[in-house]
Design a protein around this ligand. Structure first.
Ligand code: GSH
Length: 217
């Protein structure tokens, strides 16, 4: 076994790495559950691997890397036959990187800030100020998609994969309005038709949906 992925299926960044693994047709992966509700991510063995105690965390022989965006780039750099998912050309790569930072700096914090109180702290409804942050994030993505079918141009990249893991999850919290966000709606449909999305995102997204439904009044 070459790769080991520490994961939890409902987690959006974990699903981003699943989708990259699917898109690259990597089959030799050992998957290890890290149950956050049981605080397994704070156990000594896991902290030795990743002191930041986040999933996904990837181990490739003696090399360890965490953060879904870093993992996605690493997997393409090492295991892809070409650079189409993460173009080497500096300007194209810069656009992909900007979208990846948009995911980690805007989309994921909007999601985490909204669902964490409900999933972990016993709150029974989402806060309206958090939902506003999600609408604002949808508005940015809508603009990024004004002139191209994919987030970083004419071809799918890891920017689409990482962002759709988060946006499909945000969509469970605040439905994407197709009149306000036509480009984002069309992009979501485009992503949903991809094999990597069906295999890598849908199963864990279904788990997330059930989980959130069980917590909301
Ligand atoms: N930016 C990170 C976020 C990872 C993250 O926060 N994962 C959550 C699960 S969705 C986690 O591990 N939470 C436990 C913790 O932060 O201690 C990534 O893209 O991998």
């Amino acid at each position: 076994m070459v790769l080991t992925l520490y994961k939890l299926d409902a987690s959006p960044p974990v699903r981003a790495t699943y989708m990259v693994i699917q898109a690259l047709n990597i089959s030799d992966v050992e998957y290890i559950d890290v149950n956050l509700l049981e605080y397994e991510h704070l156990k000594e063995d896991f902290l030795k691997l990743n002191p930041q105690h986040t999933i996904p965390t990837l181990k490739d022989k003696d090399f360890v890397i965490w953060d879904s965006h870093a993992i996605a780039g690493y997997l393409v750099n090492v295991y892809a036959g070409n650079d189409s998912l993460y173009p080497i050309e500096p300007k194209q790569r810069a656009i992909v990187d900007q979208r990846l930072h948009f995911d980690s700096g805007i989309l994921f914090p909007a999601l985490r800030g909204t669902v964490e109180p409900v999933l972990f702290w016993g709150e029974k409804a989402f806060k309206s100020e958090n939902l506003e942050k999600i609408s604002k994030a949808y508005g940015f993505a809508e603009k990024f998609l004004a002139d191209s079918p994919w987030l970083a141009g004419d071809a799918v990249t890891i920017a689409d994969i990482c962002c759709v893991a988060t946006i499909s999850t945000l969509n469970e919290v605040l439905s994407i309005d197709k009149v306000t966000y036509p480009n984002l709606t069309a992009w979501m449909e485009r992503c949903s038709e991809e094999d990597f999305y069906k295999k890598g995102n849908v199963p864990g997204l279904n788990i997330f949906r059930q989980l959130i439904k069980s917590k909301i009044l």
